[in-house]
Design a protein around this ligand. Structure first.
Ligand SMILES: NC(=O)c1ccc[n+]([C@@H]2O[C@H](COP(=O)([O-])OP(=O)(O)OC[C@H]3O[C@@H](n4cnc5c(N)ncnc54)[C@H](O)[C@@H]3O)[C@@H](O)[C@H]2O)c1
Ligand SMILES: CC(C)(O)[C@@H](O)C(=O)O
Ligand SMILES: [Mg+2]
Ligand SMILES: [Mg+2]
Length: 352
């Protein structure tokens, strides 16, 4: 395991160089990896493992759209695609990739199949950390660990196909076999991680829930909406407001940040822009910090997990989420965005 310096703090990371795929294949050669659930992470992780030569099967409910998707992705019913319970029985590693809320309902069935020596794999610290809410308490004689890709399963798969790798965190909750470390790292490499950094279940879920409610998803939509609304209220057109709020960020400036950091992006903008951004960023930090404090508290007290369980356990949770997403999609901001996207040269019909 390499120790790397992250801005002055040393942390453990595992890279593909020190733990190559061939080593992961060797460690996993006698395992049957059962991916339970085929939503967003399921396909990414199952397909990457399949392409990496791992013996992977999928457990999914027959007659669902996701069963059909697994078939069209190349999983063969009766060979590599099974009803959930059959996959649980066959698997020596159970990748529990149902939605966090659905994991609660299926837990008694999963537990039944966790015979000694098997491994229970999560991609989130949710079920274990909030076990008073989820009831997920694994038997003592199985390994329990997580590999949490830091991004969407869609990106995990896309980046794998591009020969890149999304980074993941990993954590071991229980090492019953003495082999939990090599098992979890092998799985992390096999699902397509670029590298793995160490955490624990509690830290993973606290940071993940904060991040997605915060800058990654909740906060960014909030900031977009606030700036767009101000520009519109001052008489700017939708295209101007959208371009100045979203399009330039995703198309021009964030790729620069991704490549070489914030200061480098700043340095590639005018000195006028730099002067203004350097003057204003602390004001935005100070304005939002109390909201982030409130958010972290809501995560740490279990309020966020309970809300997620309560809402996503309703029979019509999908329809309700879809209705709220539609509201976003239909907003002027994102409708303007749709037109702006259609105007990108790469989205224009190629001229004869
Ligand atoms: N979505 C992501 O990209 C992402 C990223 C990192 C970690 N995670 C974690 O990975 C895990 C899986 O998340 P996901 O977003 O892929 O899940 P998801 O919401 O896409 O659901 C996964 C599967 O659960 C099935 N399911 C839902 N309710 C069910 C029920 N009652 N019985 C049986 N099956 C049911 C769905 O059909 C689907 O196949 C979660 O722990 C999540 O926090 C997800
Ligand atoms: C992709 C995310 C936001 O990183 C993940 O945490 C999720 O819950 O989907
Ligand atoms: Mg998450
Ligand atoms: Mg996440």
């Amino acid at each position: 395991m390499a120790k790397l310096n992250f801005g002055g703090t040393e942390e453990n990371v595992v890279t593909r160089e020190e733990f190559p795929l061939s080593k992961a294949q060797e460690v996993l050669k006698d395992e049957v990896v059962a991916v339970i659930g085929y939503g967003v992470q399921g396909p990414g992780q199952a397909l990457n493992q399949k392409d990496n030569g791992i013996n992977v099967i999928v457990g999914q409910r027959k007659g669902t759209k996701t069963w059909d998707k697994a078939v069209s992705d190349g999983f063969v019913p009766g060979e590599t695609l099974f009803e959930i319970e059959e996959a649980l029985e066959k698997g020596t590693v159970i990748c529990y990739l149902l939605s966090d809320a659905a994991q609660i309902a299926l837990w008694p069935t999963v537990k039944k199949h966790l015979t000694p020596g098997k491994a229970l794999y999560f991609s989130h610290g949710f079920g274990i950390t909030f076990n008073e809410q989820t009831g997920i308490v694994p038997p003592a004689d199985v390994d329990v660990f997580l590999v949490a890709p830091k991004g969407s399963g869609t990106s995990l798969r896309r980046m794998f196909l591009q020969g890149r790798g999304l980074n993941s965190s990993y954590a071991i909750f229980q090492d019953a076999t003495g082999k939990a470390f090599e098992r979890v790292i092998s799985l992390g490499i096999a699902v397509g991680s670029g590298y793995l950094f160490e955490t624990n279940f509690k830290k993973e879920v606290y940071s993940d829930l904060t991040g997605e409610r915060g800058t990654l998803m909740g906060c960014i939509q909030g900031i977009f909406a606030a700036q767009y609304d101000v520009l519109r209220s001052k008489g700017h057109s939708p295209s101007e407001a959208f371009n100045e709020t979203v399009e330039e960020l995703t198309q021009s400036l964030m790729p620069l940040v991704a490549e070489n950091g914030m200061d480098w992006m700043y340095a590639n903008c005018s000195t006028t822009a730099q002067r203004g951004a350097l003057d204003w960023w602390k004001k935005f930090r100070d304005a939002t910090k109390p909201v982030f404090e409130e958010l972290y508290e809501s995560v740490a007290t279990g309020k966020e997990s309970q809300r997620s369980i309560d809402s996503n356990s309703q029979p019509d949770y999908r329809e309700k989420l879809d209705a709220e997403l539609k509201e976003l999609r239909d907003s002027e901001l994102w409708q303007a965005g749709k037109t702006v996207r259609s105007l990108r040269p790469e989205n224009q019909a190629v001229e004869a």
